[in-house]
Design a protein around this ligand. Structure first.
Ligand SMILES: C[S@@+](CC[C@H](N)C(=O)[O-])C[C@H]1O[C@@H](n2cnc3c(N)ncnc32)[C@H](O)[C@@H]1O
Length: 217
């Protein structure tokens, strides 16, 4: 594992609880769990270290879980976790340059957290890739960042966990343009243009992120 991979992995692990917190799981219980069948097939796109899959495994003992990530260090970490319930199958693949490695109409819920903003073509991913693998009536759970004033972003990154304190300023400057690509309005437009109906949404888990429960129209 390179030093860069190691840093990214540690950052993802430390930042997990900043996003997948009590407010997130409340949204899950109130909005997402009710639309799932008793034994759902769930794919997490870009699971990183795998902590969300681990939590889903403990909550959904009847589920079949999958993850697909382009980074080898992340895949290794996710494969090595202790899962309280079903262990997911984790595939190493880049889903921007290759097809999602799942059959057509085979997935009840596709989750994608803190990943879609990095794709060059989010429309194609939602419209073609995600919609293809979803069963009729299937859903997408999208978690992503939206643009905030630079001063607020930097101030927040200086106090949030994820990087050693002495590196936080440098990392905040580096990641500003990545996390602040879309305004909330841009996201709504991307979703509408991709044929996604918003069934529910919340901003409660994090002040500069939105969580959407989507269904292809
Ligand atoms: C910021 S991390 C988010 C990890 C996890 N979803 C979470 O919220 O804790 C983004 C992850 O998406 C993966 N990723 C980014 N682009 C990808 C692509 N085109 N195909 C597959 N995985 C990708 C990265 O390797 C990384 O593990």
């Amino acid at each position: 594992m390179t030093q860069r991979d190691d840093r990214a992995l540690r950052r993802q692990i430390e930042r997990y609880s900043v996003r997948f917190n009590e407010a997130f799981w409340r949204f899950w219980d109130e909005q997402v769990a009710p639309v799932l069948p008793p034994a759902p097939v769930i794919v997490d796109v870009g699971p990183g270290p795998g902590l969300f899959l681990r939590d889903l495994s403990a909550r959904l003992p009847e589920a079949t879980l999958h993850g697909v990530d382009a980074n080898e260090a992340m895949v290794e970490n996710a494969r090595a976790l202790d899962y309280g319930g079903p262990a997911p199958s984790i595939v190493l693949a880049n889903v921007e340059t290759s097809q999602l490695p799942y059959d057509d109409a085979s997935v009840d819920l596709l989750t994608i957290a803190a990943v879609l903003h990095t794709f060059d073509d989010p429309f194609m991913f939602l419209r073609e890739q995600a919609s293809r693998v979803l069963k009729p009536g299937g859903h997408i759970l999208l978690f992503d960042w939206f643009r905030e004033p630079m001063r607020d972003y930097i101030a927040r990154r200086l106090v949030e966990p994820g990087d050693p304190e002495e590196l936080r300023y440098e990392r905040a400057l580096e990641q500003f343009r990545i996390h602040n690509k879309y305004t909330l309005d841009d996201w709504r437009w991307v979703l509408a243009e991709s044929g996604m109906h918003i069934e529910a949404e919340t901003g409660e888990p994090h002040p500069s992120a939105r969580v959407w429960l989507l269904r292809p129209e």
